[in-house]
Ligand binder design. Structure first.
Ligand code: NCD
Length: 305
């Protein structure tokens, strides 16, 4: 039985197969409409979510399966003091596969060790968010035909943003990628990531101003400042509007640069950018459903001819 804790749990070849499957699903939804009939997905969310939880549910329903779960730790037995290990043992009796989001780094991993069904990490604290990374990679591959040989700017909260950490981890396995980290001093990417890049001889730059490097970018991955992971509100208020991507900044970018964002957006992308053909963040949301459909089929070892 396989779980998904990190994007590195799949080889590059396995990821390609997963993305091929997601693209086939996109083209032939009807073919997959009953693939998971009789199967149940549990969504155990101890932290807020819109896209991740609903896209998992939408994915399972589109495969003909059913869903159950909770979207708030306060409405689960966690509020009574139940451990994640005991919760997953219970959920294993009710469902065939589980997507779990938790504020504590490593909690889905602990669950996986006690689970008798596949567990998917749907975000653990500031650590990893592998299904967002699968979504990001599928978006890049579907919109440009390949993954590799590009410069990507990651902008915003690079310290606490788990989508950023997961995406960097996944991209280092592809050829010819250069990273530009754009953040205020206080929200720089953690040392363990830059140490890993140095060790692998992967080029990266750290800058504060977004304007200067805009013309170099093939992708701009915007992120929100992660308010819930700050220790004090004052720092959050000081940093939250540090970057605002607007029309004027988009004019500095390449004609075919793509803007990605895991969403939710707060203020970091002005709504006036939404109509720019380079704004790919809502298309990214749609790819999130296809890739989760492909993931559910893969982990449940269901093949559709
Ligand atoms: C992200 C997350 O939860 O880490 N959201 C998502 O799942 N698309 C990004 C965020 O909350 O900023």
């Amino acid at each position: 039985m396989r779980h998904l804790m990190s994007p590195l749990d799949f080889t590059i070849q396995e990821l390609d197969q997963l993305f091929d499957l997601a693209n086939d699903i996109e083209k032939n939804m009807a073919k997959y409409a009953h693939a998971c009939a009789g199967k149940i997905l549990a969504t155990c969310f101890y932290e807020p979510s819109t896209r991740t939880r609903l896209s998992f549910e939408s994915a399972m329903l589109s495969l003909g399966g059913s869903v159950l779960g909770f979207s708030d730790a306060g409405s689960s037995s966690a509020a009574k003091g139940e451990s994640v290990s005991d919760t997953i043992r219970t959920v294993s009796c009710y469902a065939d596969i589980c997507a779990m989001r938790h504020p504590k780094e490593g909690a889905p991993m602990v669950a996986a060790t006690k689970s008798t069904i596949p567990v998917i990490n749907a975000g653990d604290g500031g650590h990893q968010h592998p299904t967002q990374t699968l979504t990001d990679l599928l978006t890049i591959r579907s919109l440009t035909g390949t993954i590799g040989n590009f410069t990507i700017g990651l902008c915003g909260d690079l310290k606490f943003g788990r989508t950023v950490h997961s995406l960097i981890n996944a991209l280092v396995r592809y050829e010819g990628i250069k990273f530009i980290f754009i953040s205020p001093e206080e929200l720089k990417v953690p040392d363990y990531i830059t140490d890993m890049l140095k060790e692998k001889n992967i080029p990266y730059e750290e800058v504060i101003r977004l304007e200067n490097i805009m013309p170099e970018l093939d992708f701009l991955y915007m992120t929100r400042v992660q308010r819930e992971r700050f220790f004090n509100e004052e720092d959050y208020v000081r940093l939250k509007d540090f970057y605002i991507l607007d029309k004027a900044k988009m004019e500095l970018a390449k004609k075919d640069m793509l803007v990605l964002h895991p969403l939710p957006r707060v203020n970091e992308i002005s709504v006036e950018v939404d109509d720019d053909p380079r704004a790919a963040y809502f298309r990214q949301v749609q790819y999130g459903v296809y890739v989760r459909m492909a993931l559910i089929l893969t982990l449940l070892e269901i093949h559709v001819d």
